[in-house]
Design a protein around this ligand. Structure first.
Ligand code: ZN
Length: 180
């Protein structure tokens, strides 16, 4: 993972909270369209990194900033609450979405980046629960009949697109190293 962003999105904030979660997304469009959209002022969205089907990873928000990826949200684990999902997380998106499955190269790159960010945040292999889906944290906004309830976003686990249990397990294995 390069530490030098290719182009930096204007859609970011100075981080106000300690990172508690690594949030995984699908973009719902192609790699090129997702990168382009996140670099536009008017989109008001961004991720830290977007991973292409060929495994290329493009960083568009530096880790030290909050990306605008999570929106209305609450912590899936009440013992680890946050004020703002965007400020308390790092967001990594795989380009694409249902009905086309993510590629093996995308999954492999995701696992490597997640492992790097686990280390960077000082978390060991027992904390892979910090890897969550947008579906696990997004809640309906105030005014909606289901305000405050989960279910606003399906990515990345909706339709069985990218189950995170095997991803966490792969990250855990990578961090723990070979067991003897
Ligand atoms: Zn998302």
């Amino acid at each position: 993972m390069t530490n030098v962003p290719d182009k930096i999105s204007p859609n970011k904030s100075k981080r106000r909270e300690k990172v508690a979660y690594l949030v995984v997304h699908w973009t719902g469009g192609t790699f090129a369209s997702a990168v382009d959209w996140c670099l536009r002022d008017e989109s008001d969205v961004s991720y830290h990194v977007i991973i292409a089907p060929d495994g290329e990873a493009r960083q568009i928000v530096p880790w030290e900033y909050a990306a605008w990826a999570v929106g209305w949200s609450k912590s899936p684990y009440p013992d680890f609450p946050f004020m703002s999902g965007n400020h308390a997380s790092e967001s990594i998106a795989l380009a694409g979405g249902p009905p086309v499955a993510p590629t093996q190269k995308q999954r492999e790159r995701l696992v490597v980046i997640l492992a790097e960010r686990m280390v960077a945040n000082g978390w060991d292999h027992d904390q892979v629960w910090r890897i969550i889906g947008h579906d696990q944290t997004a809640v309906f906004k105030p005014g909606h009949p289901q305000a405050g309830q989960f279910g606003r976003k399906p990515d990345p686990q909706g339709h069985g697109w990218l189950p995170l249990i095997p991803i966490r397990e792969a990250v855990r294995t990578l961090l723990r190293g070979p067991t003897t």
